[in-house]
Unconditional design. Structure first.
Lengths: 481, 481
């Protein structure tokens, strides 16, 4: 196919190829349940099917798109399949995908207010909307001393919280003098690995991370936290940050925010609350209790890219004192100076995270909230929780399976009574079937299956089928089949 | 407009709304030159035009899209306008936008090989393609000890380089014990602010960052670098990393890699090379000299999201020793364990950067390289350089304007001879005209205008018009108009 001289895709070609891609995606979603959820390829297989070197001459768009079917799809694990129950979801939705498309097409940078005012102002607005929608403390609103910002992930949000806490604990001197090795961070043994990663990145050192034991519901024990903080102080160390989790990754445990928050307040320690997965549940007033005590937190994050139908990346990170965050991360070279910044009347989001550049991520969030409306979002959250509770009930009523932890929302941890080796084989066989995909963890030293109901399109049928497959596969394994 | 009960957008609705968005973008590109390049709104104006609270009921997609015209576009600074000459470009292109759309629609997570093998394998492949296309040292290929990964930005890439260098310099003990305050990082006075940010984040401390003076071409002086390193060693400090830049942000200066590289090799210091903007020029053999000496580097990054028609975010980060990077950033909680990882036969990119989650960003890069072909990409790079060289020639020939620095590629730094205040007024008036957008810097203490030719669709006409506007506006200002 001959290509015109300037190589670019014209607006008219974009119209044509864009429609083909939209149709490709509509077709993909229409047939998504026909694919094995977990990709069935061996290491290197996808790469071996692709051209080993870049083409010298441009290729026809049709040929590239055709390769999506032939060469890429076989290597895809279908996170958007309603039969995806693994990890936590990373769900997308129609309005979100189209918001992302507009973001890519506009291609603006939001590093400064002046580099696209709408990018900054819509982000601040939508993050304020979410304060109301989730019933978050007013101090996280942008019209007070705090504010919200979109980060790529909860890992990056946690790192920013650790950095701001590090600076506050050293009167903003660590940035200048280097990290003080006497700073200590606290989390639970069930806290997400990103806290360990953040502690290492920020130069605090892994040995200054205290993993506090959990109770029989896998929640951080405030009594042991208080004791450890006092012990560290006696030893001349400086308690700096506590990370509490609302919905841990392994089993959705809820750390007791009020008790932890009081300790942090009394001790002058930064409290970061990680609600990456479960924060979204607070859209529904009846689940909002999980955030009781959040008024004592210095920072909070949750991921609309997990359970709020907004595709990755979209983590909402809130701070009560934005000045501390900005002072921690601010740099101002001459080439970024501008009148609006110097007027002090605007927010420049470049000082709120690690990267300098940033895309217009609030567009997709705005599209999702407007398209579903608050009630539409709540409808789906309630439905997912209800389906997970059904599943938990079936497990509890079964004489071969048992619950491995309480299931407060949409994650069910369970196991077959026949032991670790059996559960391992069961998981492998289920995932190899292609009918569904789930993952595992360990709790109390035991191998446990995780079943998370949160994918956008997961409905009653999918959860029933999953339970049917699990029972049937276990039955076959029991019979040595 | 009534909405169905489940609130989701069906595949058929997605097809319809998707076409509307594609058409919206095609129309936007067709008329992009009719908008003022720099947004003309006051702080708060966009937000005030938007609904202050989230809707309770979902809204029609048509209404949301209509607001893009009415409420969002007035607050957009048009980075995709061919009359955008500010900062460095962040350009998009048709194939890139559609690759991003597929990425959003597939919605896969690439944190582990197993969570979507194609996401990992295509990324490794395309980054190997770029080793060939840019003539990078073989050691950056994934089939040796090194490899490449896509990061969101050069800021994050620099931070990862600093972290890996920090660990290597302390025998991988800083992660455990906390950052050693004797570690020193070196850059030039012209190096991008992200190095200072990275040094602070990593806990090394701003006072351990040495900004080495530059020569009369604004390039780092290796003699002064060597002297400073030796002095720091005598004082018991530990030189850890040098950042050299290929194309500085202010004026596109080229640090002398061979001389810097030899010092780093002899001193055992990590050399990171930041080619964020200008690295793309190495697609053309005749500009590849800018990377001479890169074989002495431990890491390198450049941003296809600046000058390679691949929309943000897409920074390509290469390391010569991937084991050092992975050992620095690795965490492995139980819930991420899987057979493929334990086999050692696969790459898990989660250990190559700050976040855990990651999207399928190599798709857009693959689309761009295939659609343009190597020759198509080279055609545009050459054209942009040639246009910038024309502009530099016009400046040099003018009796009112002068060049403020050499213009090796596509960035021209220039000023009117009437002094700083005049140039400041000139910039304000040019940007207020809406006809074009350019930004400023300071060089040798003087206020200087930057004219960067790199936007995807910038052609001869736009550069000629820009020069015409600049001359005319300066003429009016000279006459006191």
């Amino acid at each position: 196919m001959p290509r015109k001289n300037d190589f670019h895709m014209s607006p008219e070609e974009f119209r044509r190829h864009g429609r083909a891609v939209v149709d490709w995606l509509a077709d993909y979603y229409a047939k998504i349940e026909s694919f094995p959820v977990l990709a069935r390829v061996a290491p290197g297989e996808i790469r071996a099917s692709l051209a080993p070197a870049a083409p010298v001459e441009g290729e026809a768009f049709e040929d590239i798109l055709e390769d999506m079917n032939k060469r890429i799809l076989p290597g895809i694990t279908h996170w958007q399949s309603p039969n995806f129950f693994a990890y936590f979801p990373a769900n997308a939705s129609g309005p979100s995908i189209l918001g992302e498309l507009l973001c890519a097409g506009l291609g603006v940078q939001g590093m400064l207010w002046s580099t696209s005012p709408a990018c900054t102002e819509l982000e601040a607005l939508v993050l304020d909307w979410l304060v109301d929608l989730l019933g978050l403390p007013e101090k996280f609103r942008s019209d007070g001393a705090g504010g919200g910002v979109i980060q790529d992930s909860a890992s990056s949000a946690s790192l920013c919280a650790i950095l701001a806490a590090r600076e506050r604990a050293t009167d903003f001197a660590s940035n200048e003098r280097g990290c003080d090795r006497s700073l200590v961070v606290y989390a639970s043994t069930e806290t997400h690995s990103s806290i360990e990663k953040g502690v290492k990145i920020a130069g605090l050192g892994r040995r200054n991370l205290r993993l506090i034991p959990v109770d029989d519901r896998f929640a951080l024990r405030p009594d042991l936290l208080g004791r450890q903080i006092r012990k560290d102080r006696r030893n001349g160390l400086v308690p700096c940050l506590v990370c509490a989790t609302v919905g841990t990754t392994s089993c959705n445990a809820m750390d007791p925010l009020p008790a932890i928050g009081r300790i942090c307040r009394d001790e002058g320690v930064w409290l970061h609350v990680d609600g990456a997965m479960s924060g979204t549940a607070a859209l529904c007033p009846e689940y909002r209790y999980i955030l009781d005590g959040l008024e004592l937190a210095d920072s909070f994050c949750f991921n609309p890219h997990k359970w709020m139908f907004t595709n990755f990346d979209c983590d909402c990170f809130y701070v009560a004192d934005r000045a501390a965050l900005i002072r921690t991360l601010s740099v101002l070279p001459e080439y970024l100076r501008n009148q609006a910044t110097e007027s002090g009347a605007v927010t420049d989001y470049r000082d709120w995270h690690i990267p300098l550049g940033r895309r217009f991520r609030s567009l997709k969030l705005w599209f999702v909230i407007r398209y579903y409306g608050a009630e539409g979002l709540r409808h789906h959250i309630r439905h997912h929780v209800s389906l997970a509770q059904d599943f938990a009930k079936w497990v509890a009523q079964s004489d071969r399976f048992e619950l491995a932890a309480a299931a407060p929302l949409n994650l069910v941890c369970f196991r077959h009574t026949a032991g670790d080796a059996f559960n391992r084989r069961l998981l492998e066989r289920l995932n190899a079937s292609g009918h569904l995909y789930l993952t595992h963890t360990t709790l109390n030293g035991q191998y446990v299956l995780r079943f998370c109901v949160g994918q956008t399109h997961t409905g009653t049928r999918h959860v029933r089928q999953a339970w049917h497959h699990i029972q049937k596969t276990a039955g076959n394994l029991e019979k040595g089949k």
